[in-house]
Write a protein that binds this ligand. Sequence first.
Ligand code: ATP
Ligand code: MG
Length: 540
Amino acid sequence: MGNFIEEIIEKDLASGRVDKVVTRFPPEPNGCLHIGHAKSICLNYYGTAVKYGGVCNLRFDDTNPIKENENFVRSIIEDVKWMGWHGNIYYASDYFQLMYECAVKLIKKGKAYVDDITPEPMKEMRGTLTEPGVESKHRDRPIEESLALFEDMKNGKIADGALVLRARIDMKSPNINMRDPIIYRVLKATHHRTGDKWCIYPMYDFAHPIEDAAEGITHSICTLEFEDHRPLYDWVIDECEFEKKPHQYEFARLNIERTIMSKRYLKKLVDEGFVDGWDDPRMPTIAGLRRRGYTPSALREFCERIGVAKANSEVEVGQLESCIRDELNAKAPRAMAVLDPIELKITNLPDDFEEEVDFEINPNDENAGVRKVKFGSLLYIERADFEAVPPPKYKRLTPGAYVRLKGAYIVRCDGFEEENGCLKRVLCSLVEGSKSGADNSGVKAKGVIHWVNAADAVPAKARLYDYLLLPYDGVHEDFSERMNPNSLIEKNAYVEPYLAQAKPLESFQFMRQGYFCRDNKSEELVFNQVVGLKDTYNKK
Ligand code: ATP
Ligand code: MG
């Protein structure tokens, strides 16, 4: 059984209300897209247009020249295409003439009038849920007068905000959106596409249905906040006398715990320097997720798993993470990187000892095979893999313990060297005959640790990420008081030379550390942590 949108579409196709599904994804170019938009793209494009052999337009809702710009348009196109979308691109601003004509038509029908109301009295006169609104003294102004004033608005003769065009519907309507909403305003601002051609701009509730009708949209899918606007949507379509009538359907927007999902706030994070741009890997933007190492298929999988609902809810971040983890677990090559290095010296090998050992590229992919890794007498290991005084059940290096070096030999820890009171190097001896895959030593290792051969180790930076926001403590509502000071920790690591060949955005499993993806911006060798190894979501 499909989701409720699919049920509606299947019924419409069966009854002949539509013969081809046409949807749209309508971002406002006032910020970069976030994961909530990815959900909308998945629903409008994959779940609807692609599934039923229709089309999905990318349409920029560029009706507010003050907040919108060309850079956001470009980044949105890049992101939507990256998600796999194909189709035609439209702009609401292409319909400004049509919208203007629709407005004139409404005035001529007595369905719109010019008013001089300003925001404060507008709010007061709108009434409340229990009290009807108050009619403006200009509500019954002659049609000719409204037409002339609207022309003055259009021709730049009216100051910003001095006059508005209002739909003439019903001040007593139980739906406040129907109480003579403003449909056009004067705004002397330069638009990024139409320049100074217009100094009147349509309001969203008036513009959106016209855009949909102009493109022959059959199913106009939006989030639940617009449910109460649907009567106005239908009113505009009817009164402007469009023959093909698009229908609006609402679904629950995506909310993820500890995740900011509003362009306005994301913009604040960028503008106030909390993050390093819209594509900072900590950002829940599509650009940030891409740079973090997420793939379009993982985002689609996430949208599949969470489904489409009619009731708002909050998704756990772990659910998103498990999608990319599952994908990388199946696909990502394994490699060794030491993020917090100390030396391990094998004392019973010559200093210049060198050998190649086989390293299994991916145990989950039988076709992946092995690759050769150099092994010598001096290695780097993780500082945490040695304890001079081990806690109970410690399975790693400690004097007297036997541990396997992943893919290579078992070593016995003999001791350690300090420098100025700090651990400098761990001293070990190699166990004869313990080579991985051909072990006849009879020695049992307590644990397995990863390592990097010092002779050909490559320095790299590893960026470890935590959530941008601390958990909500019931007090600090504002995100700027909940910023996690440890959301980024940079480590000076050593990695295998194999990893120095990584292409930007190529991902690997760093053995025992997590999944990492080569950064696509730094000149240096930088790896961003995609996600940890442990699944905290599915384990629950
Ligand atoms: P924001 O509040 O982040 O600015 P918005 O809804 O104003 O979001 P738009 O650019 O107008 O952003 O949105 C484009 C489309 O994406 C709309 O159809 C909107 O319903 C949808 N969308 C936005 N946020 C979400 C979300 N969190 N979950 C699902 N769909 C969303
Ligand atoms: Mg919006």
